[in-house]
Write a new protein. Structure first.
Length: 317
């Protein structure tokens, strides 16, 4: 199947595209810049990795004239996978949620009308986040006040309404807390960077219960979910993949044990036992991905991948 994919330069998008390709799909990834050379850092590295796995459409943002031209072109798309969403300073209270929603839903009705006219069996896959209103385990208490989470939820409501009006089947794939090779400079990268410099990293909020998942497992779940939506007769499907539902303290200990098996240096850690918690203490997904894909995914191999990535990144023998 031909897939029109947004957000391929992101951490998870990079993995999703590779897994879709392994599943036999042909991916056309839209990029907002003129060439790979216009990107830098880890985003450029991801796109260089993807060059053999997909076809890039440059200077093409969601809903733009070029995006609409791609839909009307010679390629018949079976799915639009809308993974792009502005995550610049996404943790900041000053995050511009209105601007993000406007970008992510630009010309959504026109996009769906043209795509549906070209292929009556078209499906639309939208990426959500566990910190959205209405997501998470039903036992989770409270909602995030995050402008980013609010923007993702508003985007979903707009897309869902547009899909209902146009008769396009919608799938929502809800992401928890992915980690693994090619991620941004976040928690696990912070841990590894500290240890390789013989420093002790600090876990600021050790009692938050979160849902960390290997990005390689998440990508497999994404590819399978797309096929489920293709085969389903329902107008709306949702998947909430989950893996390590535990405190950040326990996840750090898990990560330490796995890295100490694979590196010669020790991995000390410190915790902030006087932390103040402004977000909900617990926020996790509900579908056990490791159990669902035990035949397709190997946990030890995933930990090996992470160690190998950091050995190359930090030139560790």
């Amino acid at each position: 199947m031909n897939i029109l994919f947004t957000g391929a330069s992101s951490f998870t998008g990079h993995w999703f595209v590779q897994e879709l390709r392994k599943a036999g799909h042909t991916v056309f990834a839209t990029l907002t810049k003129s060439s790979i050379e216009d990107y830098s850092g880890i985003r450029k590295t991801r796109l260089e990795n993807l060059a053999e796995h997909c076809n890039f459409i440059y200077n093409c943002s969601f809903g733009s004239d070029k995006f609409l031209e791609a839909i009307d072109g010679d390629v018949l798309f079976g799915a639009i996978c809308h993974h792009a969403h502005d995550n610049t300073n996404y943790r900041s209270p000053d995050y511009d949620s209105k601007k993000a929603v406007k970008r992510s839903t630009h010309n959504i009705n026109q996009v769906l009308a043209q795509a549906k006219n070209k292929n009556r069996d078209l499906i639309f896959i939208l990426t959500g986040t566990v910190i959205e209103i209405g997501e998470g385990d039903p036992s989770d208490e409270g909602d995030f006040s995050s402008p980013y989470g609010a923007s993702k939820h508003e985007c979903f409501e707009i897309v869902k309404s547009a899909c209902e009006k146009s008769g396009v089947r919608l799938g929502k794939f809800v992401i928890p807390n992915p980690f693994g090779p090619y991620e941004e400079d976040r928690f696990t990268t912070y841990l590894m960077n500290s240890w390789r410099k013989s420093e002790t990293p600090f876990v600021r909020t050790p009692d938050y219960i979160r849902d960390n998942i290997h990005v390689s497992l998440l990508a497999i779940a994404y590819a399978y979910f797309l096929n489920e939506v293709v085969e389903s007769e329902l107008s709306f499907e949702k998947n909430n993949p989950s893996q390590y539902r535990e405190s950040q303290r326990d996840f750090a200990i898990r990560f330490i044990k796995e890295m100490e098996k694979r590196f010669s240096f020790s991995c000390p850690i410190a915790y902030n036992d006087n932390a103040k918690y402004s977000d909900p203490i617990k926020r996790v997904n509900i579908h056990d991905a490791a159990e669902s894909f035990s035949a397709e995914w190997d946990e030890d191999s995933a930990w090996d991948q992470i160690a190998d990535f950091y050995k190359i990144l930090y030139k560790i023998n």
